[in-house]
Design a protein around this ligand. Structure first.
Ligand code: ZN
Length: 256
């Protein structure tokens, strides 16, 4: 008989101890989390007979509703992990929230934000859509520190879960201090240079996941790039919110 490779207690403790055990009805899920180098989750599901204590992985139709509840619990549990990328967390949180609408349990997902569900989210989305362009154009023409458009961009970032300080109060900015011809991020007053999307140049702020159009063929670096480069740029910044940048009107006039 072949014996398994001996594993030290320390290794076992660090790599195999479950991080969570979740239950719904007769179903139990054990959840493991490992770091390699990013967090990876594994889980199993078993059905326990309440009378005999026997465990099986064979299920019956009555178990399906418990499966839904268990799925909800698993999604909520993993979504709490702040080291996961925000998009995965939001997807899982939304799944948990959507299942709550299907099968209400009164379960509260403390600390989990679900930005694509709920009447408040929908109301704010409509509000943003109505005010966005008019406010943004006014911001371009008459920029000011207290302009409502800066609040809208910040609110939009919060709803999207964009960036580590999404939803933060915008920094104090004096438009007359802005020297960048193509403008800066309306939230923080900075930029991380630009990317080419074929012939188009887009300035970006990675922290707030914003981008704004500078022009077409106004900077020539795109000529030395390939379609693969542009595809990578779309992957990197395509989902960033297109904003009206903060520009210093006097700087813009001189260079236009
Ligand atoms: Zn920014």
């Amino acid at each position: 008989m072949k014996h398994p490779t001996p594993v030290s207690r320390e290794t076992l403790r660090l790599t195999h101890r479950p991080c969570s055990v979740l239950g719904a009805g007769r179903l139990t899920a054990t959840l493991w989390r490992t770091d390699e180098p990013d967090a990876v989750y594994d889980f199993n599901v078993v059905r326990t007979d309440a009378t005999t204590g026997e465990v099986t992985q064979r299920f019956q139709p009555d178990d399906i509703s418990d499966f839904i509840r268990l799925t909800q619990l698993l999604a909520a549990e993993v979504a709490r992990d702040q080291t996961l990328d925000p998009r995965s967390r939001d997807n899982l949180a939304c799944l948990a929230d959507a299942l709550e609408e299907v099968m209400p349990s009164g379960f509260k997902f403390d600390g989990i934000r679900c930005p694509t569900e709920g009447p408040a989210f929908r109301s704010l989305t409509v509000l943003l859509a109505v005010l966005w362009d008019e406010s943004g154009l006014d911001f371009m023409n008459r920029p000011s520190n207290q302009h409502v458009y800066r609040v809208l961009v910040s609110l939009d970032g919060w709803l999207r879960g964009a960036g580590p300080v999404a939803g933060a109060v915008p920094d104090d900015l004096d438009p007359l201090d802005i020297r960048e011809v193509f403008g800066v991020c309306p939230i923080c007053g900075r930029h991380d240079s630009y990317r080419n999307l074929h012939r188009e140049q887009w300035f970006v702020c990675h922290e707030h996941q914003t981008r704004w159009f500078a022009g077409e063929n106004i900077l020539s670096t795109w000529r030395s790039e390939s379609p693969e480069d542009w595809q990578q740029n779309i992957t990197d910044i395509g989902h960033y919110r297109i904003v009206y940048p903060l520009r210093n009107p006097s700087v813009a006039e001189v260079n236009d």
